[in-house]
Design a binder for this molecule. Sequence first.
Ligand SMILES: Cc1ncc(COP(=O)(O)O)c(C=O)c1O
Length: 427
Amino acid sequence: MNTTDLSAFLPDDHHAAMEAAVTPVAAAMRGSMILKIAGEVRALAAKGQAVANFTVGDFRPAQFRVPSELSSGIQRKLKDGHTNYPPADGVPELKAAVARLVRRNWGVEVSADWVCVGSGARPPIYSAWRLFVEPGDRTVSFLPMWNTGYYAHLNGSIHEFVLTKAENDFFPTVEQVREAIRGARLVILNSPLNPTGTMIDPEVLRGIAQALVDENKGRERPCMMIFDQVYWAITAGGRPHSNPCALVPEATPYVVHIDAISKWMCATGLRVGWAILPPYLQVKMKALIGHMGAWAPRPEQLAAAELVDNPEALQAWFVTLNEQVSSRLNALYSGIAALREEGLPVDAIAPQGGIYLSFRVNLIGQGFDTNESIRRWLLDEAGVAVVPFQAFDMPGESGWFRMSIGAVGLDDIHGAVERLGAALRRL
Ligand SMILES: Cc1ncc(COP(=O)(O)O)c(C=O)c1O
């Protein structure tokens, strides 16, 4: 391929000159461990090896389609000419529909001017960090958790990662939160939790929301909370999702809810998400989203609004989606549980919510000394591709891994469990 030879325009060492152009924050950005692993999986599959890909937190369209109402709606809106800029904080139809959804689901009294739409959940999350955090501010999240380390790095905060325990389903205790948020500017909570597939106990969430209210009594700059609930509609056996502001309404001024159609409409590539936050903050977030140009496409917003605002159709869709997710997660969990019953060194936490399973391989100290060595062995010997909890900032060689069911079918799962059992028995 012919590309421009930059050395013609730059001093001798043009790499050094290019590196010097980059800010320290950008230079120190880490690449995604999950994407690196996904690349390895693709390479193995290309060689013809049987691999079940449990790595990506995404839906393979061959396994999970978006609701038909959504795809036909988008085509209709496109045909009707909805191709111009949407308002920076979202079309009024979607903002109103989201506010009604929140009132209907959790009884939290919000209106359309609380809603700020973006291109997926990420821009509202990033904007919330930009709204509240200055370099040197203290921020807090709990381990393991998806992506928080990157946002802390981008915002130059002094970030405290608080370690949780498997016996608490990888959620913090109220006391841990109370202690950690003292003097902090921002705390992040996510339930159902990526990467563990667990859901927070409502009483713990109530305690945490109350701790937030107590912390903010008399403080000049309050501690804010990002409550990321992008998986709320995907729960095992209809288990209800808890919301901090429904449990402790006094927490409402301090909570930014994050949501998106990405997960519960299997629509990660359509890029529609939103934050719900008090109107005086919403206006500031709107400005940030507007200047990033991170608004969601207009046809997608309008079509999503129609489905979000149709409780019967939405409910029917959730039944279908939960059947698809649960059948996969249950097959995976019961397969691993059977291997455990057989005396093989594996374990898992029963699925609660989201598209993930916490999977443990108890081989540390038994010929393996790192999660990475176990991960490679699982991939090479069993064709089982998983992501170690280190990708979610969790330190330590614990033997814990995330398995995602978004890219696999039941046949893949049965094959993977069979190969896993055979590989473990060969050890
Ligand atoms: C907990 C959580 N929040 C937010 C996101 C980002 O969602 P989006 O694709 O809408 O930006 C993800 C994606 O994996 C996630 O797991």
